[in-house]
Design a protein around this ligand. Structure first.
Ligand SMILES: [Zn+2]
Length: 271
């Protein structure tokens, strides 16, 4: 299930966001923040990282995503590197996108893992990957040459993502990523149909509008499609979605009434 991903890039700084472009794409690397303090959620890490980047202080460290049980923040553009993996100019830093899962004691870690699985799938899908190939083994280096889902441990001798590794959650996490990726791929496949995305296998579902100002309704999926004049999907109201399309990384849903499409990512909650 999708969650809200907030793009909130830190400013360019030599120690944190050098602005260097990735030299390729090998996949996604999973981390945990290691910070179990109450309140050490994605927003708190977002604040911490902005402060670090603004002052250009501390060691050379960077991040792409922070994910908790509610939302995710993207701190660098996806085409830029982040110094998250401790392998210098190795492939971990130069060719993977990092996902830090929050382990704050007042958070729901199972939900945070589910959300991180969605974020990982979102990135893999964006780069055209349909099948998750995860690293295996205690050292997280089995499969490494062909993998697209890594652990921090795959790149350096560190026990990260710690809880996932210690509690044996890796295999179920990998499955969750594949499940989310299948959903995204399914949604994308409908995009190529000429019948407005209606798919034989699509199961309608309900969403509630969580955006206070209400949502524009468009004649098709994507902001390039014309607005349907005089129609708004209102805050707090439940609508049934009968088809999906992914446009520019966001999921759009067709309203059952047939009046048009709304952007689901970030503005609605599946119920
Ligand atoms: Zn790590």
């Amino acid at each position: 299930m999708s969650i809200k991903i907030i793009n909130d890039y830190v400013k360019i700084s030599s120690k944190h966001r050098p602005g260097t472009k990735r030299t390729g794409f090998r996949g996604v690397t999973i981390h945990e923040t290691g910070n179990r303090a109450k309140g050490a959620n994605a927003k708190a890490h977002r604040n911490y990282y902005h402060n670090l980047a603004n002052s250009n202080s501390g060691g050379y460290i960077g991040y792409h995503y922070f994910v908790d049980d509610k939302e995710a923040y993207l701190m660098h553009p996806l085409d830029e590197i982040a110094w998250t993996n401790g392998d210098g100019s190795g492939d971990g830093n130069m060719k993977t996108i990092s996902v830090e899962i929050c382990v704050n004691s007042d958070g729901d870690f199972a939900k945070a893992r589910t959300n991180a699985a969605y974020v990982a799938a979102f990135v893999l899908h964006k780069y055209g990957i349909k099948k998750v190939i995860a690293v295996t083994g205690a050292d997280a280096r089995g499969n490494k040459a062909k993998a697209n889902l890594f652990q921090h441990r795959s790149w350096m001798n560190k026990n990260c993502p710690e809880t996932i590794r210690n509690k044996g959650y890796w295999n179920s996490f990998v499955k969750a990523v594949q499940t989310e990726l299948d959903k995204l791929t399914g949604a994308k496949n409908t995009n190529t149909n000429n019948n407005q995305g209606a798919s034989n296998t699509f199961t309608p579902y309900k969403v509630k509008i969580t955006y206070k100002d209400g949502m524009n309704v468009r004649a098709g999926a994507g902001v390039d499609c014309a607005l349907v004049k005089g129609v708004t999907a209102k805050y707090g109201i439940t609508y049934t979605i009968v088809a999906e399309k992914v446009v520019a990384g966001q999921i759009w849903g067709k309203l059952k009434s047939g009046v048009g499409w709304i952007c689901l990512t970030g503005f609605t909650k599946k119920i």
